[in-house]
Design a protein around this ligand. Structure first.
Ligand SMILES: Cc1ncc(COP(=O)(O)O)c(C=O)c1O
Length: 439
């Protein structure tokens, strides 16, 4: 086997990182050759409680002793329990849940519900969106993956990503006045055949460059959906379960969606997702014969894990913790910005922060090469931060450690990032080696 066995695998997103992971616990990973890596991406943004949290392992063992998987027409007490637990922290209108495995699947179900309920098929999504790789979700994923796979779903349309640091319509600078939403809606209305079904949106665009929706945007979007009879679908794959400092990011704006999708953070590392809607939409879809069978719909074991994750987020006050630690991380990044010219912008919410690396602060030209060098150097030094990889955005570091991370590890991550920013700027002066804590 050449390349340590990597030649046996399909490369699904560029080359694999040059490490082999043997173990993951809490906020730390351990490689086969004994190196430690502080994980500032919570795995693939899923390890809400950190890796292999005892509550998750207990839930898996307990469910394993009882029931793991069932015929799709059967339900288990854990599935009812998870629905009940979620509804205890959601607005009362969101009262019906469907449990699936991945974020793409949850969005697929949300879009199918919206189409069946409204009778339309036109769906708007942000230019910087990522909603998954299944056909419907991928049709509404504009940050990457459109070229080479044939036609998207008819009726798929974009809305400009309201990024005030790089205004999509070259109108604002640093403060979005929502003109991009006016323009986007005008364009969508002009293209519409009278079959508008939904807008699907992330409250903080992640792959799109860690862009929180500007103040007032979600309320305005909600109103515009209502005016057109479109459903508002919020995808809280990354933002749900406390990450932004609230249980759900939509709480910051006091705007509830018609359909909410949860995934990544809900399973804490296991494949679990949810599509949650109102009883009115559920009833209408049911009356119209809503069909969304999958092999793992409503599986008991992941539901038991979801209950354990949610329980910990609630009982340990992890949303408030994300806010407090997020403030500390943010302050540290703001301080780094005063010393590193290449940091053009720091943004995000709670423990979901982005660092926008630029060639110079005036032009704000993304510095992809520098971004790649910084992440590579971080990994050498023992910190995993992930860069948003796509061409227009290959310069934005995404920082989203587990909500259980210690204060010391937040500070350590900042220390390593500081050194990586310096070393990547002056590679010849970089002294190799690893950070002491990561040896
Ligand atoms: C906001 C958002 N929605 C949906 C998805 C897709 O989830 P999955 O990869 O579990 O299908 C992702 C994955 O990155 C995501 O970031």
């Amino acid at each position: 086997m050449a390349d340590g066995g990597r030649d046996l695998l399909v490369r699904f997103g560029g080359e694999f990182a040059d490490v082999l992971i043997e173990r993951a616990r809490g906020s730390w990973l351990e490689t086969a050759d004994g190196r430690r890596i502080l994980d500032f991406t919570s795995g693939q943004m899923c390890a809400t409680l950190g890796h292999s949290h005892p509550a998750i392992l207990d839930a898996m063992r307990d469910a394993g002793d009882r029931v793991v998987h069932l015929y799709s027409g059967f339900i288990s007490s854990d599935v009812i329990g998870l629905a009940r637990d979620l509804m205890s922290v959601l607005p009362p209108a969101l009262s019906r849940a469907l449990f699936l495995s991945t974020g793409g699947e949850a969005n697929e179900a949300a879009l199918r519900l919206a189409k069946l309920h409204t009778g339309g098929h036109e769906v708007l999504a942000f230019t910087g969106s990522w909603h998954g790789m299944t056909a419907g979700a991928a049709s509404s994923t504009y940050s990457a993956g459109h070229r080479g796979y044939g036609p998207a779903m008819p009726g798929s349309m974009v809305l400009p990503t309201p990024n005030a640091y790089r205004c999509p319509i070259r109108h604002c600078r640093d403060r979005c006045d929502l003109t991009c939403l006016d323009v986007g809606m005008e364009l969508a209305d002009a293209q519409s055949t009278g079959a508008q079904a939904a807008v699907i949106a992330e409250p903080v665009l992640s792959v799109g460059g860690v862009v929180p929706l500007p103040e007032g945007y979600l309320a305005s979007l909600r109103r515009r959906c209502d005016e057109r009879g479109m459903l508002l679908i919020l995808d809280e794959a990354q933002t749900g379960l406390g990450r932004t400092g609230r249980m759900f990011a939509f709480e910051h704006d006091g705007v509830a969606p018609d359909v909410l999708t949860l995934s990544k953070t809900l399973g804490g590392g296991l494949p679990l997702s949810a599509t949650i809607t109102t009883s009115g939409i559920e009833q209408d879809a049911f009356d119209k014969g809503f069909l969304h069978f999958t092999s793992h719909v409503a599986d008991p074991l992941p539901a038991a894990v979801g209950r354990a994750v949610l329980d910990r987020v609630v009982t340990e006050g992890l949303a408030a913790r994300a806010e407090t630690l997020g403030r500390r991380l943010r302050a540290g990044l703001d301080e780094l910005q005063t010393r590193h010219e290449q940091i053009g912008d720091v943004r995000g919410a709670g423990l979901m922060l982005g660092v926008d690396l630029v060639r110079d602060r005036e032009s704000r030209t993304p510095d992809t090469e520098f971004g790649t060098a910084v992440t590579r150097r971080c990994l050498e030094l023992g910190l995993n931060v992930n860069i948003v990889k796509f061409p227009a955005l290959g310069s934005i570091l995404r920082l989203a450690p587990p909500l259980t991370i210690s204060v010391e590890d937040v500070d350590l991550g900042l220390e390593i990032l500081d050194r990586a920013l310096t070393d990547a700027r002056e590679p010849s002066a970089a002294a190799g080696g690893r950070h002491a804590a990561a040896r």
